[in-house]
Design a protein around this ligand. Structure first.
Ligand code: AMP
Ligand code: MG
Length: 487
């Protein structure tokens, strides 16, 4: 276990030089204080959980202090935002503070979000407000606990620093961690600004550090792109299977590692709704829940375009062609498991689609349905669940197919079925209204709810005594909370 001054640094991205990032110091927050910290994320750095109790913790992650070995940099990138190309973006309010490695030799970027203005801030103030910082903290750790690849969050630091959004709020910082903060948009930036040397350096950097196994392939860059396609197909299959809506799938928010990245107006579905749009600035629904699947491919095509200096167009097209079949296979595999099935049949896709349509029409809670389906035998479970459906006859017809399918799946005791299904069907997810309750308390200085919610969500599959209130459908006020980009 390490103290905060015992980390081992290796700032590889900073060494790429000034064409890639700019040295900027964090702007300290007034009266920084710990809102919440993740011991699981701290463990990734071998940090002793007791370090949160030292005053230097909030000073470090509130922008007051820096390690001597840190090299804070604002990264430059660009990207396609809502389908249109924005030639220059970059870390407008976040800094890559340093890169550290742990005892197992794993590398982690430490990125401080809300750290003040940078050359890429455009008209922005460089700040993040408390509510969005809490949301990012909770979501990163909750997704990880669900088994969905994501950037991680070490802590949230609150402050007295005034920040103006629609009203006056308080500034905060999140310490984000990921093996890399390189986005699709990094490649696009060097491609569209016609800087082939830097682009080659970037590609080598990503290949060597993050896809070293592709070096062994006859065409390493193509192998790397294929791997990126595969990881995105797997990631988005998980989002769809678990009802996660990212909200702003611009190419500057897509990680080159295929992890969930850059949280804004995200949401987990309460009621199943394929057309759900979580970002109320997304008028066209470009990033609606079901559109995430084709948008994943669109984003990969944008990356492919930026990789044309390294890979032939035919090979890129072929690799892109892997996305949809892989997505479908992964998604179906997850949904089979959510239904408690252990074998595959031709018509399983239809069984899933039919169920989702029924859930959509009756606004059935997506998470609780699957959890309750696993509570007992298929016959008993569907008999109880039918009350949630308006079209009961429709549900009954589905239930007959399901029961027959479970029968064909093979013998398993009720006990085995419950265990298997509860291991993949969470009881607790980060519902918008739960996040809102925690935020409201935190805005008046009480951080206990953020911490409790974080704790509950760290074991989403385990029933936790006394925590029933976190496994409920939203109350009326919490059903249609509007979440905007202004965070
Ligand atoms: P996002 O929608 O959070 O992914 O941000 C899109 C771009 O706007 C990124 O380049 C951000 O760094 C930048 N940005 C967002 N909010 C701010 C802010 N408050 N101040 C400066 N830049 C910002
Ligand atoms: Mg972003």
């Amino acid at each position: 276990m390490k103290a905060l001054d015992e980390l081992t640094f290796d700032n590889r991205f900073a060494r790429l030089g000034d064409a890639f990032s700019t040295h900027v110091l964090p702007e300290p927050l007034d009266a920084p204080r710990l809102v919440a910290a993740s011991t699981a994320a701290m463990a990734l750095l071998d940090l002793d959980p007791a370090v949160t109790e030292t005053p230097v913790f909030a000073e470090l992650f509130g922008g007051h202090k820096l390690w001597a070995e840190a090299e804070p940099r604002a990264m430059v990138y660009s990207g396609h935002q809502f389908g249109g190309y924005t030639p220059q973006l970059g870390d407008g309010r976040g800094l890559l503070l340093a890169e550290v490695y742990n005892a197992a030799g794993e590398h982690w970027d430490l990125h401080l979000k809300g750290a003040g203005q940078t050359p890429y801030s455009r008209m922005g103030d460089g700040r993040a407000v408390l509510r969005s910082s809490i949301r990012e903290f909770l979501a990163s750790e909750a997704l990880h606990a669900l088994g969905i690849p994501s950037s991680r969050a070490l802590c949230v630091i609150g402050s007295d620093t005034p920040v103006w959004r629609e009203k006056q709020e308080r500034g905060a910082m999140v310490l984000r961690m990921a093996p890399s903060h390189i986005r699709f948009g990094h490649f696009e930036y060097f491609y569209y600004t016609k800087k082939p040397e830097q682009q080659a350096l970037l590609a080598e950097h990503v290949l060597n550090l993050h896809y070293p196994e592709c070096r062994e392939q006859p065409e390493p860059y193509l192998a790397m792109f294929r791997e990126i396609v595969e990881r995105n197909a797997e990631l988005i299959a998980k989002w769809q299977a678990y009802g996660f809506c990212h909200g702003v799938m611009n190419t500057d928010n897509m990680s080159i590692l295929g992890i969930t990245f850059d949280f804004g107006p995200f949401a987990f579905l309460d009621d199943f709704d394929a057309h759900f749009i979580c970002n109320h600035s997304d008028h066209e629904g470009r990033y609606s829940f079901s559109n995430q699947v084709p948008i994943g491919q669109w984003n990969l095509s944008a990356l492919a375009q930026a990789l044309t200096p390294f890979i032939s167009v035919d090979a890129l097209k072929e690799a892109l062609g892997l996305y949809l079949p892989l997505y479908q296979a992964n998604y179906l595999d997850l949904m089979r498991r959510r239904l408690g099935l252990t074998t595959a049949e031709e018509d399983d896709q239809k069984l899933v689609e039919r169920l989702l349509k029924l859930m959509q029409n009756s606004a059935v809670d997506y998470t609780l349905f699957f959890r309750r389906l696993g509570n007992e035998s298929a016959a008993l479970a569907v008999a109880k669940l039918r009350d949630d459906f308006v079209d009961m006859a429709g549900f009954d017809a589905w239930a007959e197919l399901y029961k027959a399918r479970v029968e064909r799946d093979g013998d398993s005791s009720e006990e085995q079925r419950r265990e298997r299904m509860h291991a993949v069907n969470p009881l607790y997810i980060l519902r918008n209204y739960l996040a809102q309750n925690a935020i409201t308390a935190a805005e008046s200085g009480d951080y206990s709810e953020v911490r409790r919610l974080h704790e509950v969500l760290s074991k989403p599959f385990e029933e936790q005594p006394g925590m029933e209130q976190y496994a409920q459908r939203p109350p009326d006020w919490g059903k249609h909370l509007e979440i905007s980009c202004s965070s």
